[in-house]
Design a protein around this ligand. Structure first.
Ligand code: NAD
Ligand code: IPM
Ligand code: MN
Length: 368
């Protein structure tokens, strides 16, 4: 059996705490010979800025380009609030996404039965919820130029971000969404602003065309992105796969997170084209949440989004859906047993980050 190279980038704040819990799982899987991982850990974000003066070094990017999969904890925090734009911790994440060209960001929002009461919505609205947001991740307003703040003659300033999408960029993300819908409930909702944005008009046109030509049996609807946010809290179970651009996807996935009980529950996979070095798709796995400075260092973070991201890696990078299912089942069992971190405790007794990681590992061991 081959040994897979993982690059672990814990980052800042709770990033290091949740990565530790994920590593307990990769180490156990390797020790048992279920799948062999070799890990290398490096700095990213504010931690890298403090050590090297840059949020991500060229050496780390080079390692990421050679890895079978990259795992990122989280970056950012108040300590780096005044660092210039190009060196902000978040810039590291954007560079990694761009350099690996992981354009397809899969953000599943599943409400586990045991957590129905932890959601912000009424139980009947979220019971059985299972939606997948497919977010375009390497273009749009996050990346396109010009992106600048200039000082005008009168001393005032002008800030510019640029939203651009091309046919090719929309086609490739649309295909990912349709393919995944075919493995699920066969419905794609495209969230765009085709009423006010040129990119929204092209988005709608191209998604429609891809659907008609290649996936005629998949139901396709177009939802204005603002309405989509509203529908997500009104009647979230109407959705199966939501495909959307970079910025809308960022916002809609945080909304979707709270349907599941906590932002600490949402994993993600960012996938690109085949890496000629590894023969596998470029892949970056990270929780949807950030470095949570308000709870960092307290052993209070929920590691399930990070551990769930490992389950996604087992499925999408390593073709080990069997192990992924067991890991997901272990998470479900732990929750069913009443083990809760503070964010999902709903007033009940909470355990710490490391106890939650231990509990998942213990459940996983029972499943083998
Ligand atoms: P955040 O996601 O870090 O936190 C939002 C809220 O959710 C906080 O109250 C936090 O305590 C809670 N939360 C988040 N993850 C949790 C977890 N695993 N367990 C329990 N509670 C959790 O968002 P923010 O506060 O707006 O941003 C903080 C920093 O993180 C910023 O610098 C931001 O840019 C960065 N950020 C990074 C990433 C990333 O690295 N992928 C993602 C989002 C935000
Ligand atoms: C996310 C985060 C990032 C984003 C930031 C930290 C750059 O919010 O992954 O959701 O906006 O994409
Ligand atoms: Mn976000």
């Amino acid at each position: 059996m081959s040994t897979y190279k993982l690059l672990l980038l814990p980052g800042d704040g709770i990033g290091t705490e949740i990565m530790r819990e994920m590593e307990k799982i990769t180490q156990w899987l390797t020790a048992q010979g279920i799948i062999f991982f070799e890990t290398e850990t490096d700095l990213v974000g504010g931690a890298s800025y403090d050590a090297h003066g840059t949020p991500v070094t060229d050496a780390v990017v080079a390692q990421a380009l050679k890895a079978d999969a990259v795992f990122m904890g989280a970056v950012g925090g108040p300590k780096w609030a005044d660092v210039g734009f190009a060196n902000r911790p978040e810039a590291a994440l954007l560079r990694l996404r761009a350099d690996l060209d992981v354009f397809a960001n899969l953000r599943p929002a599943i409400c586990y039965p045991a957590l129905v009461g932890a959601s912000s919505l009424k139980p009947e609205l979220v019971e059985g919820l299972d939606i997948l947001i497919v977010r375009e991740l390497t273009s749009g307003v996050y990346f396109r130029e010009p992106k600048e703040i200039v000082t005008l003659e009168d001393g005032s300033k002008r800030a510019t971000d640029t939203q651009i999408y091309t046919t090719g960029e929309i086609e490739r993300i649309a295909k990912v969404a349709f393919e995944l819908a075919q493995q699920r409930r066969n419905k794609v909702s495209s969230a765009e602003k085709h009423n006010v944005m040129a990119s929204g008009i092209l988005w709608k046109q191209i998604v429609t065309q891809v659907g008609k030509e290649l996936y005629p049996s998949v139901e396709l609807e177009h939802v204005l992105a603002d309405n989509c946010a509203m529908q997500l809290v009104r009647q979230p179970k109407q959705f199966d796969v939501i495909v959307t651009d970079n910025l809308f996807g960022d916002i809609l996935s945080d909304v979707a997170a709270m349907l599941t009980g906590s932002l600490g529950m949402l994993p993600s996979a960012s996938l690109g084209n085949t890496n000629p070095v590894t023969g596998r798709r470029f892949a970056l796995y990270e929780p949807v949440h950030g470095s949570a400075p308000d709870i960092a260092g307290q052993n209070a973070a929920n590691p399930l989004a990070m551990i769930g991201s490992l389950a996604m890696a087992l499925r999408y990078s390593f073709d080990r859906g069997d192990v992924a299912e067991k890991l997901e089942k272990a998470i479900i069992n732990v929750l069913a047993n009443g083990t809760r971190t503070r964010d999902i405790a709903d007033g009940a007794q909470a355990v710490g980050t490391s106890a939650m990681g231990d509990a998942v590992l213990a459940e996983l061991q029972k499943l083998f």
